[in-house]
Design a protein around this ligand. Structure first.
Ligand code: HPA
Length: 271
């Protein structure tokens, strides 16, 4: 595993001139066009990268992109690997291991999610303050490599409090409607039944999606600072009868892109 991580990191380094950024951004469903805001881009297709799985789902292009977001050098992941595609947890989180090997210190993750919180509207942006892991397997199951992180990592502050607070300060100063909440990570690929949305709300969830939690666990294991944000693309609950579709999720996420970008751009510029 360590050898594979290093081999991949070395390949990526050989393809990028200049210094490697300290900030990486994983672009979720419908948010891949955020790369349009990145300047001086260098693309590396996942298909070229040794040991990288290849993304299969519609709406995920599959590129690593080096460039600048405003003044800040960033590494963006356009398209992620989902557990529901059939990848195992080590594959899903492999890019995060590689990021760490490259020297990335801060991970920004974005996703599309269904909202259970009754205050939420479609199109809202939710800062993830915490998560509930409902995947059937933890990405850290199995042998622990002490050089990668501790056997029993704390998840007390899986999402940087400092970055969450900065997000709300920015939102307030700029009149941006910004929600916050707990993200429930499920394996998918089914959307929830009305009873499941209700159950997730009762156990403390505000939004539910099929990604993010594995990457965030590994990023924390690796000692990275994490900021997570969801676009609420549909609403679910026991009295909600609208049927969510992948197309609707993509459209709602695309509509939120400018606001999402504005926020991420402001946050990456800190420090
Ligand atoms: N459930 C799970 N994943 C999702 C949803 C949802 O309602 N919307 C977008 N991703």
């Amino acid at each position: 595993m360590i050898e594979k991580i290093n081999q991949t990191a070395q390949f990526i380094r050989s393809r990028v001139s200049g210094t490697i950024p300290e900030t990486a951004i994983i672009l979720g469903t419908g948010l891949g066009a955020l790369v349009d805001h990145i300047d001086d881009k260098t693309y590396i297709s996942y298909t070229e990268i040794p040991n990288f799985p290849v993304s299969t789902v519609e709406g995920h292009s599959g590129n690593l992109i080096f460039g600048r977001l405003g003044q800040t050098p960033v590494l963006a992941m356009q398209g992620r690997f989902h557990y529901y595609e059939g990848y195992d947890m080590k594959q899903v989180t492999f890019p995060v291991r590689v990021f760490k090997a490259l020297g990335i210190k801060r991970l920004f993750v974005s996703n599309a999610a269904g909202g259970m919180n009754r205050e939420f509207q479609v199109g809202d942006i939710m800062v993830i303050t915490d998560h509930i892991n409902l995947f059937p397997e933890n990405p850290l199951r199995g042998r622990n490599y002490n050089e990668l992180g501790p056997r029993f990592p704390a998840m007390t502050e899986a999402y940087s409090k400092q970055l969450c607070e900065a997000a709300f300060r920015y939102a307030e100063a700029n009149g941006l409607r910004l929600m916050k909440g707990v993200y429930v990570g499920t394996p998918g690929p089914t959307f929830e039944t009305p009873a499941e949305y209700e159950y997730f709300r009762i156990i403390g969830g505000d939004a539910v999606g099929m990604s993010t939690v594995p990457e965030v666990i590994v990023a924390n294991h690796a000692g990275m600072e994490v900021f997570g944000v969801s676009v609420i693309t549909d609403l679910g609950g026991k009295d909600i009868t609208e049927v969510p579709t992948h197309e609707e999720v993509q459209l709602a996420a695309q509509a939120a892109q400018p606001r999402m970008m504005q926020l991420i751009k402001a946050l990456v510029a800190l420090r």
